[in-house]
Design a protein. Structure first.
Length: 245
């Protein structure tokens, strides 16, 4: 009985959030990304055209080798410090796979995937109840946290699924929840990288359109929103930025 009630409550929460998003300008993109990653978190296969499956990048994806090429090691440019309150936006299952226990930093998250959110909320406190706080359900431009709450904010791996106008709203929210002079780490696809176009094709067929935006446009947007780029770190696909407001 309790499991049925829990599932019913989760479905009601999800329906309520979806209804709220229907009023939002970014509903279509958010729902596409949510569906794409829910399918992956459930371990379900994707039906792709044979010409896409013939691409070398698909073989890297299917074998799991692609992840190591595209992951952004945010801790290399902004390592969480002991007792810092850190917000991981679009966190996926971050707390389960990255060394948060070694960093001894407090973990908060926000996700649009109910599967990732529920998984992390169920397992995170078991892994380390002192450091793991909670993961909220919601999009990056509507952060469910108080102003001036965090010492570090992280948003990696998903900027490419939204137009840069959306990220103006995200940066505004990040700036709101960060303490003064604290740091924001995020990454963007570098369209000049050799694998960028083929990766965008693959992701589009996986269900989420990719927006390839020149790096200079991202940097102009950050500066226009009052951010100072402290550090850049290139990768095989994504370029990371450390920003201070």
């Amino acid at each position: 009985m309790s499991e049925k009630k829990s599932a019913s409550s989760s479905n009601q929460e999800k329906s309520s959030w979806f209804a709220q998003q229907n009023l939002d300008n970014w509903h279509t993109q958010i729902m596409a990304v949510q569906a794409r990653f829910d399918q992956e978190y459930r371990g379900e296969s994707f039906e792709l055209p044979s010409e896409v499956e013939a691409m070398p990048i698909f073989h890297d994806y299917a074998s799991g080798n692609l992840t190591t090429k595209i992951v952004s090691p945010f801790w290399e440019i902004a390592k969480p410090k002991k007792n810092q309150k850190c917000l991981d936006i679009g966190c996926g299952v971050s707390f389960l796979i990255y060394p948060w226990r070694d960093w001894e930093a407090f973990f908060y998250g926000q996700e649009i995937s109910t599967i990732a959110r529920d998984n992390l909320n169920q397992r995170g406190s078991l892994l380390n109840y002192k450091l793991f706080k909670r993961v909220e359900l919601g999009p990056a431009h509507q952060l469910k946290y108080e102003a001036n709450e965090f010492d570090l904010a992280i948003a990696t791996g998903f900027s490419c699924y939204y137009p840069i106008d959306y990220w103006e709203d995200v940066v505004k929210e990040v700036k709101r929840v960060l303490k003064s002079e604290c740091q924001f780490v995020f990454d963007v696809v570098n369209p000049e990288q050799p694998m960028a176009e083929n990766w965008a094709i693959l992701e589009t067929y996986l269900g989420a359109e990719v927006f390839l935006e020149p790096l200079e446009n991202w940097e102009k947007m950050i500066k226009a929103r009052g951010g100072k780029i402290v550090k850049r770190q290139p990768g095989e696909l994504f370029q990371m930025y450390k920003v201070k407001f």
